[in-house]
Ligand binder design. Structure first.
Ligand SMILES: Cc1cc2nc3c(=O)[nH]c(=O)nc-3n(C[C@H](O)[C@H](O)[C@H](O)COP(=O)(O)OP(=O)(O)OC[C@H]3O[C@@H](n4cnc5c(N)ncnc54)[C@H](O)[C@@H]3O)c2cc1C
Length: 417
């Protein structure tokens, strides 16, 4: 039997889960990561006592793969309240989930966003996604989320534009709701059945927990891979490593480069997150704020420290503002436009908010147009013999990345036994 290890390139959630699963099966593994820490797109910086995740992101407790692989208790998850505050027509209204917060039923029914019939359609959609399996959802032709909501479900333009659009633009990181309706329905079920939450020590504690379960010596950080073949990995340092199998667990575009095009490069969905420190939170609820008006740069906002107080030092509030798109080239202008919008929402007190850091992320998520799942695979092994995993091979989420890592490990174990 080949005594060489399986080499996994990339220690994001997919690579970490792949290494963990191969380790459980007693297969020797080396996990190579170009950065100084594992986690990939799930990282957290410590800045002046604030915990800043690389872009606003949350863990959905109902993700089946996360629930199976992570110790939620050790992560000390801090939940958002179900629902959202919607900024619309000069004020804020609450859109709650009346099944989980029945006390909010009245405010949600009469908050002025959408029609009474939309409330019935929401109930129907909730029932539909909770009853159907993923296979049943995927059995009907896929369409864009916008078409699904307007035409298939019959929602009004008003509720789509002022509620679904800002909510799911913040999830898909694209403004047109052009993403697959199959994926939308999966996520709607996840949102309806679990909590969006933050680990008290930042999102980085998720990959940290996975990395801690690996045998010592498995993970090699600060190690950039230059090129690969199915049995060999060449590092930029010049070193060459032999492998019984090579798994690419890198972002879609890098997987495409390393596989010399055998893995198609996905489109990119981008976002920029601005973090502000404030002497006082502008509101006290642990709720997400959605921009229900189609004006200004802000898509969604969160007072992160209302949800997880450990994200800010005592006596300070941490506010994240998410903008769809990569604003790296115009950060100053975007910050100025955000500040104008914040002032119109919360008044002159926002002048005292100081910008801590901005995170423009070009490849935040792979694009997932209708039909992407059927087209992608599961593409876990390329024609030229390389294995692959990551969110571009399943769904663009923590769940998808973790699931793909475990599934590819199973295939590698079977083929290299
Ligand atoms: C701003 C933002 C918000 C998000 N919000 C959510 C959310 O709320 N909920 C959710 O479920 N998901 C969210 N996601 C998506 C989720 O974070 C990703 O789907 C998931 O982390 C992808 O993991 P991965 O392992 O597939 O890829 P990555 O995390 O990209 O890991 C790839 C790794 O490969 C390494 N690498 C690349 N090239 C090389 C090389 N040549 N040599 C060595 N190493 C290399 C990289 O450094 C990286 O560590 C969000 C993502 C972003 C960016």
């Amino acid at each position: 039997m080949d005594q060489n290890p399986v080499i996994i390139v990339g220690a994001g959630l997919a690579g970490l889960c792949c290494a963990k699963e191969l380790g459980k099966r007693g297969i020797p593994v080396i996990l190579l990561e170009s950065h100084s820490v594992p986690g990939g797109r799930v990282r957290t910086d410590l800045v002046d006592g604030f915990q800043l995740d690389h872009g606003f992101q949350v863990l959905q407790t109902a993700y089946p793969e996360a629930a199976a692989q992570l110790n939620y208790t050790a992560l000390q998850l801090q939940p958002f309240a179900p629902g959202a505050l919607i900024r619309t027509r000069g004020g804020f209204v609450e859109m709650s989930d009346p099944w989980r917060r029945p006390g909010k039923l009245f405010t949600t029914l009469f908050n002025g966003v959408g029609t009474f019939s939309d409330r019935l359609r929401l109930a129907r959609l909730r029932l539909r996604v909770s009853r159907l399996s993923d296979e049943q959802i995927q059995a009907v032709p896929d369409q864009s989320t916008r078409t699904f909501l307007l035409q298939t479900c019959g929602f009004s333009e008003d509720i789509v534009n002022r509620f679904f659009r800002p909510w799911f633009s913040g999830v898909f990181l694209e403004k047109d709701l052009a993403t697959s309706s199959h994926y939308f329905q999966f996520l709607f079920r996840i949102f309806a059945t679990g909590n969006a939450s933050l680990p008290s020590e930042g999102m980085a504690s998720i990959p940290r927990q996975l990395a801690a379960s690996l045998p010592a010596g498995t993970l090699r950080t600060n190690t950039q891979v230059n090129s690969v073949t199915p049995r060999e990995v060449r590092l930029t340092s010049g070193e060459t490593l032999s492998a019984r199998a090579v798994v690419l667990a890198v972002q879609g575009p890098e997987a495409s480069r390393l596989s010399q095009g055998a893995i198609p490069a996905p489109g990119a969905c981008s976002t920029t997150c601005f973090y502000f420190a404030a002497p006082k939170a502008p509101f006290s609820q642990p709720l997400l704020v959605l921009n229900g008006d189609e004006s200004g740069p802000i898509n969604n906002l969160s007072v992160v420290s209302n949800v997880a107080p450990s994200y800010a030092p005592a006596g300070k509030a941490l506010i994240s503002v998410s903008v769809v798109g990569d604003h790296a080239a115009n950060l100053k202008q975007t910050e100025a436009a955000i500040r104008l919008q914040l002032k119109s929402w919360y008044g002159a007190s926002t002048d005292a908010w100081s910008m801590l850091r901005a995170y423009p992320i070009h490849f935040a998520l792979p694009a997932q147009p209708p039909g992407f799942q059927a087209a992608a695979g599961p593409l876990l092994k390329t024609a030229n013999g390389l294995f692959t995993c990551g969110d571009s091979t399943t769904t663009a989420s923590i769940h998808g990345a973790m699931l793909s890592g475990r599934l590819v490990a199973r295939d590698v174990a079977m083929e290299t036994r």
